[in-house]
Write a protein that binds this ligand. Structure first.
Ligand code: SF4
Length: 500
């Protein structure tokens, strides 16, 4: 057991993230199994800090316009854009996204008109045609839009923004709905990255989640993307779905490795039928028990890293020559609403229902329903219904959480210099909690540096939560029924898991 605080010089601490070998530390995986029953690795994903559940209704059109004005003053910096297309033709039972299930394509024709209006309004507030380094269309199913609608949205984007050809321009694709023609259109429209929902290739699992998608459909999209020169192909898998076992999920991994996507996300399914109605159609008795789910995760990490993928963190893997892995090696990986990103430092505008923007220290989220969204735009207002104006303390904690989650290390003197603080004084309580986690080998700490161990990388949300001021405040509030004392659980754990 290592001491939480050591006098080891900082230079002697090896960086667990900079290793040239991609195979994951086997000892760390064995320790992870042992710790999993005692330390809950779930927690916020910190795609924002404060997390979106802290947003409130005092941020609306006027506050967001002030944020856009501040962004306008920062003209040379490029932007990042997110466009939400909420429509899907069929429901996937595990889904937790904000989506509209419909086969009526007239609904999307109206929606894209409003999207264009929202873009025009935001661009007018920004004052000039700003450069965009990163754009992402998500959903829902962006490829629900027909070619005319896609061109309409893209031409609105081009009218109001300059999409830099050297930037990352990504779209989420449902392989069941996309043929070669559509892939050619996506290339022509300027997308250079695609993200495919796969989840699992096992037929029984697919039936149980109501998402039947053949290997041939998925592989057809991958082959078309390679032929057309897309720069990166990303795939999403989910573990913890009904009927999954380690062996069966391993067969899915075999098929995924045949296609060798550049990036892989392997999400944990969180069964929350009281929150996400479609999940009520999933038989809880068919879900793998916790021990099996853990085995699936450990086996997946072993297999992917043995196959040459770099473990980026949380649920993400990338090939060593992918931009994400390169950015992590170079210590410049960041997080934004899409997860890990290479260009996350820019202000981000969100368009469409429920989209979130992060502009000049403000988070701003659009209305969730199309009715509210259309009504606001009809009144000439940006359709913001909630958000958060961050404080200096929020921005400091966001930076610390980002460094720990993305780059696995924190240079304390650099933070003190940038934020004019005495780290040990400001974070005295946090350091006590960190030292408890250090006893479980999740991190090492010296006076000048916090370093996440390979084991800690598997439980990094748990470490990040130590710096979450709002969770710490929650922990101080009286609770109706106190859980049993457990020194390892320093602050209460909240279950957050992306399910698509
Ligand atoms: S998982 Fe994706 S495709 Fe399926 S219902 Fe949800 S948003 Fe639509």
């Amino acid at each position: 057991m290592s001491a939480p605080m050591s006098d080891t010089p900082d230079t002697a601490i090896p960086s667990g993230l900079a290793s040239s070998s991609t195979a994951f530390d086997r000892t760390a995986l064995a320790d992870f199994r042992e710790l999993a029953g005692r330390i809950d690795g779930n927690g916020p994903r910190y795609t924002s800090y404060p997390t979106a559940d802290r947003f409130h209704g005092e941020v609306g059109d006027a506050a967001y316009r002030r944020a856009l004005d501040a962004c306008r003053a920062n003209v040379p910096a490029p932007l990042s854009l997110y466009v939400h297309i909420p429509f899907c033709e069929n429901i996937c039972y595990y889904c937790g996204c904000n989506k509209i299930i419909t086969k009526d394509h007239t609904r999307s024709a109206r929606y894209v008109d409003y999207l264009a209006r929202e873009m025009a309004m935001a661009a007018e507030q920004l004052g000039e045609r700003r450069a965009v380094m990163q754009s992402h269309w998500g959903g829902g199913t962006p490829t629900f839009l027909d070619p005319v609608e896609m061109r309409h949205v893209m031409s609105a984007l081009h009218k109001h923004f300059e999409l830099l050809p050297e930037g990352e321009h990504a779209i989420e694709i449902d392989p069941r709905r996309v043929g070669d023609d559509r892939m050619e259109l996506l290339g022509e429209l300027g997308f250079n990255r695609i993200s495919l929902g796969v989840q699992d290739f096992d037929p029984e699992v697919q039936q149980a989640i109501h998402r039947v998608q053949s290997y041939e459909e998925t592989n057809g999209v991958v082959r078309a993307a390679r032929r057309l020169g897309f720069r990166s192909i990303s795939m999403d898998l989910i573990y913890g779905l009904p009927h999954q076992t380690t062996q069966r999920f391993s067969a899915t991994i075999d098929r995924v490795l045949e296609m060798r996507p550049d990036r892989l996300s392997v999400y944990s399914y969180a069964h929350l039928p009281h929150v996400f109605k479609p999940q009520r159609r999933i038989d809880p008795a068919a879900l793998p028990p916790a021990a099996e789910k853990l085995d699936i995760l450990v086996s997946t990490i072993e297999r992917l890293t043995a196959a040459g993928y770099v473990y980026i963190g949380m649920d993400h893997f990338a090939l060593p020559n992918d931009d994400l892995a390169i950015a992590q090696r170079e210590g410049r990986l960041q997080r934004n609403f899409q997860g890990y990103a290479t260009h996350a430092g820019y202000d981000q505008l969100g368009f469409g229902v429920s989209a979130i923007g992060a502009v000049a220290g403000h988070y701003a989220q659009n209305a969730r329903t199309t009715d509210e969204y259309y009504a606001a735009l009809d009144k000439g207002q940006l359709p913001i219904v909630r958000g958060f104006e961050t404080s200096e303390d929020d921005r400091l904690r966001k930076f610390i959480i980002g460094e720990l989650m993305c780059n696995g290390t924190l240079d304390i003197p650099a933070v003190e210099a940038s934020y004019s603080i005495n780290f040990a004084q400001k974070f005295a309580a946090e350091l006590v909690d960190l030292d408890k986690l250090a006893l479980d080998h999740l991190l090492r700490r010296t006076r000048n540096r916090i370093e996440i161990t390979p084991l800690g990388r598997l439980l990094v949300r748990r470490i990040a939560m130590v710096f979450d001021h709002y969770l710490r405040e929650d922990a101080l509030r009286p609770k109706p029924a106190a859980p049993a004392a457990n020194d390892a659980k320093v602050i209460p754990l909240v279950r957050y898991s992306r399910v698509v």
